[in-house]
Design a protein around this ligand. Structure first.
Ligand code: 5RP
Length: 235
């Protein structure tokens, strides 16, 4: 198991506090990203130490591989059906617990899993807490089919919302297009600020080539923010 003492203490603190919410017999959703990866390690420690009997669904291939390498069995969401708790990271968290997610390109599966859970808990370091969403580029997963047309429709929607100065950049991995676990592409919207997240979410969802955007509005129930001194605050 990787050595947690070498990991970011803020992320470890948030992960420990979230994993403390896990009870024997629970059905869990496991998020994606560097913070979620630490959470999976903390969870694996508890499973091993306490012999917890859990059923887990993962939000990405990366999380599946990590969890299984640490002895946590992963089932599909449909095998489990409904989850008690999902624990995931975020790129931004605002005071209303609205989120930007998808920095790791997994926001589609993350949203499906979070919305199939009684409770979604976000774990993050203080750098993720913002007054207003938008400094982090908003990921939008789009189909290959009609990719440039979808980009134009996104630009048009942004114009309508007076966000017309936004760069809409295709995410790359090296010099190749980033391809998600679901086989789609990603556009990152460099907005700066998002004055009305609900209006933007509606506008993006109305574009057929958009598979899913990274705005999580009214989905997160609790954010646990870890600090470098090992303490946490809850939002
Ligand atoms: C992946 C995500 C991640 O949860 C988000 O990018 C935060 O990642 P990290 O914990 O590495 O900062 O949404 O799609």
């Amino acid at each position: 198991m990787p050595d947690l003492s070498q990991s970011d203490p803020a992320k470890v603190a948030a992960s420990r506090a979230a994993v403390a919410l896990v009870r024997d017999g629970m059905k869990l959703g496991l998020g994606t990203g560097s913070t979620a990866a630490i959470m999976v390690q903390v969870l694996a420690e508890r499973v091993k130490a306490e012999g917890l009997n859990l059923r887990c669904a993962a939000t990405s291939k990366a999380t599946t591989d990590l969890a299984e390498s640490l002895g946590i069995k992963i089932e599909t969401l449909d095998e489990i059906g409904w989850l008690d708790l999902t624990i995931d990271g975020a790129d931004e968290v605002d005071p209303d617990l609205h989120l930007i997610k998808g920095g790791g390109g997994a926001h589609l599966r993350e949203k499906v899993v979070a919305m199939a859970s009684d409770r979604m808990v976000v774990i993050a370091d203080p750098g993720k807490v913002v007054d207003q969403l938008g400094a982090f580029p908003l990921p939008v997963e789009v189909l290959h089919f009609g990719f440039e047309t979808t980009r134009k429709l996104i630009r048009r929607a942004l114009d309508t919302l007076d966000l017309g100065q936004t760069e809409v950049l295709q995410r790359l991995k090296g010099s190749d297009p980033w391809v998600t676990d679901e086989g789609n592409l990603i556009l990152d919207l460099h907005l700066g600020v998002i004055p009305d997240a609900h209006a933007l979410a509606r506008a993006l969802a109305a574009i057929p080539g958009v598979v899913e955007h990274g705005l999580f509005l009214g989905i997160c129930d609790l954010a646990i923010i870890g600090k470098a001194d090992g303490t946490v605050v809850e939002l």
